[in-house]
Design a binder for this molecule. Structure first.
Ligand SMILES: [Zn+2]
Length: 116
């Protein structure tokens, strides 16, 4: 496992997490992931820490409200959130990670039909 860091666009929210250096990510076609082209990297809660900017995190939920979509109040970027599919993990937006791990597999998840 290696340590990685990520942030939102303005840099107000910073986080670190531990991950293998080659990973599987998910892409999802649901109504919230598709417009963002979000790249999901699932990291266990225990392997994830917010370094700073907790006070900038704003939350959005819809539908069953099980997923907590988190974004920066200042710049609007969703750098990680609590997904419905993995209750014990956060989903990190791989695009917000500095020197990200190598992607060796992409799972195309049919969230549009499974999670509505
Ligand atoms: Zn920001």
């Amino acid at each position: 496992m290696k340590e990685y860091v990520g942030q939102c666009h303005c840099g107000g929210i910073n986080f670190r997490f531990y991950s293998e250096d080659s990973v599987e990510i998910w892409k999802c076609n649901c109504s919230i992931c598709e417009p963002l082209d979000y790249e999901h990297l699932f990291i266990k809660h225990d392997d994830f820490t917010i370094i700073n900017g907790e006070e900038l995190i704003s939350e959005y939920s819809f539908g069953t409200k099980k997923a907590k979509h988190l974004f920066c109040k200042n710049c609007g970027i969703k750098s990680f959130y609590q997904p419905r599919s993995h209750p014990d993990s956060y989903s990190i937006n791989l695009k917000c990670v500095k020197n990200p791990p190598e992607v060796t597999n992409i799972v195309y998840f049919d969230g549009k039909n499974k999670f509505t």
